[in-house]
Design a binder for this molecule. Structure first.
Ligand SMILES: *Cc1c(COP(=O)(O)O)cnc(C)c1O
Length: 753
């Protein structure tokens, strides 16, 4: 939020004395901590005296970072800072409060003060959800426990909002009278407040909520003696909705009461309550080896979440055995309750693992629930339980991958950054391993499709920035926890993400704007960009790290007109963005074929995908690339089939001569398409091509190896020297992208360095 305040007005408001005659100018932002200086332009630094530090000691640092206006309460040797301006006041914190008070008075809407013990933030966020978009609502980004924080939140509130919500902690260092005078709330909300000393607390609250028109609180919670105030007491909701926890049911009831008070209809309120954002659940399931089925719940050690996982396990187990593997964690205070909860479900086996314990039981035909904080160890155990097959391998040649990346790098101007796209699990090649391998050679950024792919990259210790193209709102929390940077392509998403940042107290979080320049898929329309910029600039929570768009047919060598057109639209848009934000923003539009055919567009970054696997639609460029992917299996069985006999399902192949048939353990469930049946496709053995005979089955395929000296266990090539990825895609009537991404995860990946 920009302050747009003239320096002369600032001086007047804080009763300051300027150190010398000042030219007037404008201040936009208040800074009190030099570590948070991002743009020093138009910042005013308040030298506050805290318990641990005195802001006056950081003036040199602030000056060095470019700040030129200072509010101080001590005398400063101004000759060290010849072009800086100092405004002298008696008390810098009081000066800041005076400033905040001026901004408070300017607010046009009603101000709500939210306090209490449990669920203030969710109450505030829910209220925001329920009141929007019927009303414009501005809410404090954090829960403040200092007068300073509250003053800053008033500076950041939107002056024209219908409602301004400010959350205040109950804190011994806060003077409730001072806060009340500063905020001057129209209404108050008191969330669930057990376990405070009743009497002390009542005095405190009476001061905090003084002069409110209305205060909303829970039935039987407190007696506030506020004779002028309309006290609205509310009962916890007893509904069928998904709020299983008492505290939440109470706070939802408060939200509903406030919504009624401001005039929303009951119907609208009840519709909106159904859609309140809930805690994200992270529950994964997969088929394990030895007939096991595995449920992985690594969200956190919250008892409610764990209970629902145990219930789920119970529900799907039927008469199968159940096992629970619980990872101990040092931080958890709930350990005993977790044990009790596990025992109350009477699993057949339970394991409580400490840090460093291995898990080596041989469970069979069991429904296994793995629970723990999202530690690497628990993920390793989950991985260990996964079904693996060793006879079919996808080989990924890392050296060729490295060379291909270098080839694309060379094609681009030296300064251009490179983002490597690892969506769809690295085009099927395995996101974490590939990321680990290529992080060394000149890759600046990673791009993934979903949050879990980003998490997989973080879990192998990679710290490079990661763009997530489709971060869903239920994963925003994980997004922030793992430092993943979401692409934003519509307003609702922007708003949701900002809420999550507020929830977590995060500021200047990097986001990427996706613009639609012709794909007509995801992205803001170009005419929406002004509104997007306005929204982002009024929120300190997020910053535009990059803006990007995607080319529709950069591989169409016959007609590059549309691509040029897209690039021009994008270029104009980049100019608009550059003009309206005063920090640098990366720009990128080129994919692999874009890099091949338009390397000199001058944008700051490019996104490499399929090209690094050695695939290009430009025949000249293709010559510079090396194949990366190959796919092999082995012969399971050999059989002589007599003339006239049939092979496989539906007898679709009848042998015209005596035939040596090899059965290979790879089928359409692995990604070997059924359309390759009956001679459309072939596999190669000992350098010779062998047509597929009969139909491709789910897990197997038969080939004709007549006349080739083979034995069981010999290697069979599906994609490799005899059939390139491009050729194989052509046989399947599709593109290499689809082939790569439809090779099943059950095919084991082997990385060849
Ligand atoms: C997949 C993808 C890329 C990479 O495309 P390739 O054609 O594989 O180079 C680049 N940008 C976006 C937005 C993508 O989705």
């Amino acid at each position: 939020m920009k302050l747009d305040l003239s320096i002369s007005k600032l001086i007047e408001l804080i009763h300051g004395i300027p150190s010398s005659k000042l030219n007037d100018g404008v201040v936009q932002q208040v800074i009190y901590d030099t570590r948070r200086i991002i743009e020093a332009d138009a910042c005013v630094f308040f030298a506050l005296k805290g318990v641990h530090a005195d802001g006056h000691q950081f003036i040199a640092d602030a000056y060095q970072k470019g700040v030129r206006i200072f509010v101080v309460s001590e005398s400063i040797l101004t000759e060290n800072y010849h072009d800086a301006r100092f405004i002298q006041v008696a008390d810098t914190l009081q000066a800041l409060m005076d400033l905040a008070f001026y901004f408070r008075k300017r607010l046009k809407g009603k101000v709500g003060l939210i306090s209490g013990k449990i669920g203030k933030t969710s109450t505030k966020e829910w209220l925001y959800h329920v009141l929007s978009p019927e009303f414009s609502v501005s809410r404090s980004p954090k829960s403040y426990n200092s007068t300073l924080g509250i003053a800053l939140s008033l500076l950041e509130a939107k002056p024209n909002a219908d409602f301004v919500l400010i959350e205040v902690k109950v804190h011994s260092e806060l003077n409730p009278k001072v806060i009340n005078e500063l905020i001057q709330p129209h209404f108050g909300i008191l969330t669930k407040s057990i376990s405070y000393s009743q009497q002390l607390y009542e005095t405190y609250l009476t001061d905090l909520f003084a002069n409110c028109e209305s205060v909303f609180l829970l039935e039987n919670d407190f007696n506030l003696s506020l004779p002028q105030t309309n006290l609205v007491t509310v009962k916890a909701f007893q509904t069928e909705n998904n709020f299983t926890n008492d505290g939440k049911r109470m706070n939802v009831a408060l939200v509903a009461a406030v919504a009624q008070y401001v005039g929303l209809s009951d119907r609208l309120i009840s519709e909106k309550l159904k859609k309140l954002p809930e805690l994200a659940l992270r529950l994964e399931t997969f088929e394990g080896k030895n007939g096991n089925f595995v449920i992985v719940d690594l969200y956190n050690l919250d008892l409610e979440v764990f209970r629902s996982s145990l219930e789920y396990q119970m529900a799907i187990a039927g008469d199968k055995k159940r096992a629970v593997i619980l990872g101990n964690s040092r931080e958890s205070m709930n350990q005993d309750k977790l044990y009790d909860l596990v025992h109350s479900f009477h699993p057949d086996y339970s394991y409580f693992l400490n840090e460093g314990d291995a898990f080596d039981d041989n469970l069979k035909d069991t429904i296994i629930l793995i629970k723990g904080n999202s530690t690497k160890k628990m993920l390793r155990i989950a991985n260990q339980l996964k079904e693996k097959r060793h006879n079919t391998e996808l080989r990924i040649n890392l050296e060729s991958l490295r060379k291909n990346i270098a080839t694309y790098r060379k094609q681009l101007p030296e300064k251009t950054k490179l983002m490597v796209m690892l969506k769809a699990s690295g085009y099927g090649s395995g996101v974490d391993k590939i990321a680990q391998f290529i992080t060394g050679f000149g890759v600046d950024y990673f791009g993934v499709a979903f949050v879990d792919e980003g998490v997989a990259i973080r879990n192998v210790g990679i710290t490079k920035p990661i763009l997530v193209m489709n971060a869903e709102s239920e994963n925003y929390e994980a997004c922030i926890n793992y430092q993943l940077e979401p692409a934003i392509f519509d307003f609702e998403q922007l708003d949701d993400f900002i809420s999550e940042c507020i929830y977590q107290g995060v500021e200047h979080y990097p986001i990427h704007l996706k613009i639609d320049t012709g794909m007509n898929r995801l992205g803001f329309r170009t005419d929406e960009i002004t509104r997007v910029l306005e929204m982002i600039q009024s929120q300190p929570e997020v910053r535009i790290k990059s803006v990007y768009s995607h080319l529709v047919e950069a591989d169409n060598l016959n007609d590059l007109e549309f691509t040029r057109h897209q690039i021009e639209i994008f270029r104009k848009l980049v100019e608009i963005i550059k003009k309206s934000v005063n920090y640098s923003v990366e720009q990128h539009i080129l994919n692999s074929s874009g890099i091949e055919n338009f390397p000199h567009t001058g944008f700051s970054m490019a996104r490499l995908g399929i090209g690094m696997y050695g695939i290009s639609s430009n025949p000249k460029f293709q010559l510079q690339l090396e194949p990366v992917i190959s796919w092999y299996s082995t012969i399971s069985q050999l059989k002589c089939v007599k003339t006239g006999q049939s092979i496989g399902y539906s007898r679709s192949h009848i042998c015209k001569k005596d035939t040596l048939v090899a059965t290979i353990p790879v089928g359409y469930a692995d990604g070997l398409r059924r359309s390759l049946s009956n001679g459309v496709g072939f596999l190669s053995v000992k350098g010779r091509t062998c047509p597929i005979v009969g139909r491709v089955c789910m897990d197997m395929v038969m080939i004709d190896v007549t006349g080739i000296p083979v034995k069981v266990g010999d290697e069979v090539e599906i994609i490799g020297q005899n059939c390139s990825l491009n050729d194989f895609a052509a046989l399947c009537n599709t593109i290499p992208y689809e082939v790569m991404t439809s090779i099943s995860q059950r095919v084991q990946k082997i990385y060849i360095a």
